[in-house]
Design a protein around this ligand. Structure first.
Ligand SMILES: [Zn+2]
Length: 572
């Protein structure tokens, strides 16, 4: 009897699900009051959300989702309770591998582009949960280093959409085991929410014997918790526009060190690590000010209780363990955050790309160009793999547009971080420090309305046409270049000088200016050459001895095939 009931309930849901457009509504505005009770691992929420119908059809039903360890308590419109059915919805977008979904019948149809405001209440617990990783075979001990979100008496850190749905979302099911499905769903959600407003006031409830923790919502804290005032706002998030930010809650007994614009939040035991960060601040400030303007917006670096936790960044909050006293890492981490502080932008490839590019430049200042290229290379594998698929598609039809992830519009992290960092690095190699500094110095987020704004700034400073480069790397995803030596002819001038005429071919659909090195007996010469997509370029190189080999690309240009980059010059 019970089984039959369950089956029929499932049939009912299946019918609902069939008609349900889960991504029809975007949540355009959040205004939440969050109460954390670390001792009980509890989170309680009430507040208002504004739903906007972004689909082409009128909608009467909405599926609101929160983490499966939270439960819906009430959903109202204009003070009137709405009918809703609550059901579990399997999705890897949450660390528990499932969501609590409320299927809500709205009082009236909402027309396309129209909005409706709901008053909502939900609560539950957020313990550490590695389900979505362990069920695809990741060992628990490793999974908890990346899936570290939890509310706990000693340390609380909870990231939002894509990690823990601690605020409502509206998404289709995401599956970790199905290639890119999880990332596609999460990136689509981020793109839909980029223009949304997010406000949350966070307070602490309950009692604790160990004293008041510091509460953070994003990079901001309104001070430490005062016990006995359970509803005082202790931290607030107030984002007029979410962009790439993932709203994040943190509560721990931090030692707080304000060093404007930076605030350091370290845990006891990590004092030396905190000193390492404090010492790295001044040189990082100097470097960033020279390139990107004076950092002024507040940034925060917050320590982890578990030193093995994978670092995480959202806007101007960086979570990174301070257990290790690594001054190099502290330096690049601070440079990254200070670039955000100095140069706001609503374009992910500008905002994050410049910050990662700055890290590489800072590394170059300390350890040379190879050290910088190593830093850039650390994260490139993921986008190289994705770009190979684009190259295959372009081989079938080179004129295809709208494929891959154009940098200008992508919400895929590997692109707007790693690929973007390379694009800025290539631009710097092409136009030089002075011109790029000038262009970056003129950048204003409020003037960045035309997609070609950045191109125009760089072109004006460099006095060089870069339209082809921006087309291949920023406005379209054209995959990656693939260089090889088409021919190399050594010859001697009348005066006996050794010359080699080199022709490089680019088999890929993205053009680039690439460095190549010619070795000879007793030395080597490096030159740069622009080779457009599917094109060739020829130049002469003068050598001081018998020619040896040609090596293309020092790693500064992402390339699809590096196995054909070395060429032995034939004897003349
Ligand atoms: Zn960043």
């Amino acid at each position: 009897m019970k089984l039959l009931y369950v089956l029929c309930t499932l049939c009912g849901f299946a019918a609902t699900a069939w008609a349900l457009e889960r991504e029809a509504f975007t949540i355009a505005k959040y205004d939440l009051q969050i109460t954390l009770e670390p001792a009980q691992q509890r989170l309680g929420a009430r507040g208002k959300i504004t739903l906007r119908n972004d689909s082409a059809q009128p909608q009467k039903i909405v599926a609101l989702q929160i983490s499966s360890s939270l439960n819906w308590r009430s959903i109202r419109v204009g003070g009137k309770a709405l009918q809703f059915v609550s059901q579990p919805y399997v999705s890897d977008i949450d660390h528990t591998g499932a969501l609590s979904e409320a299927i809500v019948t709205l009082p009236a149809e909402v027309k396309p582009k129209d909005s409706v405001e709901l008053e909502i209440g939900y609560e539950g617990v957020i313990p550490l949960d590695t389900t979505r990783l362990t069920r695809i075979g990741v060992p628990e001990g490793i999974a908890k280093h990346s899936s570290w979100d939890q509310i706990s008496p000693s340390f609380t850190a909870v990231r939002g959409a894509g990690y823990v749905a601690w605020y409502p979302i509206t998404t289709e099911s995401a599956d970790f085991s199905e290639g890119n499905s999880l990332f596609e769903v999460a990136d689509r959600w981020k793109a839909r929410e980029a223009g949304s407003e997010f406000k949350a006031f966070v307070s602490l409830g309950g009692e604790s014997e160990t004293g008041p923790p510091t509460v953070l919502c994003g990079a901001s804290s309104d001070g430490s918790a005062e016990y006995g005032h359970p509803w005082a706002a202790l931290a607030s998030c107030d984002q007029k526009r979410l962009g790439t930010i993932t709203p994040t809650l943190v509560a721990a007994r931090y030692v707080v060190q304000p060093k404007p614009p930076l605030t350091l939040y370290s845990l006891s035991g990590d004092e030396n690590g905190a000193v390492t960060y404090a010492n790295a601040l001044e040189p990082a400030m100097k470097f960033v000010s020279g390139w990107f303007g004076t950092p002024s917006a507040p940034v925060a670096v917050a320590d982890f209780a578990d030193p093995n936790s994978a670092p995480f960044e959202s806007g101007t909050l960086l979570m990174a363990s301070m257990a290790a006293e690594d001054s190099k890492l502290a330096g690049t981490n601070l440079v990254h955050e200070l670039v955000h502080s100095a140069l706001p932008s609503s374009r992910p490839w500008v905002y994050e790309g410049l910050a990662h590019f700055a890290e590489a430049m800072y590394r170059q200042q300390q350890g040379g160009r190879d050290a910088a290229l190593d830093l850039l290379a650390a994260h490139r594998t993921e986008f190289l793999d994705a770009e190979k698929e684009v190259s295959v598609a372009l081989q079938k039809n080179a004129r295809q547009t709208g494929i891959g992830q154009p940098l200008a519009s992508t919400f895929d992290e590997t692109y707007y971080r790693s690929k973007a960092a390379y694009v800025w690095w290539m631009l710097r190699d092409m136009v030089g420090d002075d011109a790029l500094k000038q262009a970056v110095g003129k950048y204003r987020a409020e003037d960045d309305k035309d997609p070609k704004y950045v191109e125009q700034l760089v072109e004006a400073a460099a006095k060089r046409d870069l339209g082809w480069f921006f087309d291949d790397w920023v406005y379209q995803d054209r995959g990656l270049p693939d260089f090889h030596v088409q021919s190399a002819h050594p010859w001697k001038t009348d005066k006996g000088a050794q010359i080699v005429t080199v022709t490089l071919e680019n088999l890929g659909n993205a053009g680039a200016e690439v460095p190549f090195t010619v070795t000879y007996e007793g030395g080597e010469v490096t030159q740069r050459i622009e080779v457009r997509a599917k094109g060739t370029a020829t130049t002469r190189v003068e050598l001081l001895g018998a020619p040896g080999e040609i090596r293309i690309n020092d790693g500064s240009v992402p390339e699809s095939d590096l196995t054909n980059n070395v060429f032995q010059i034939p004897a003349s």
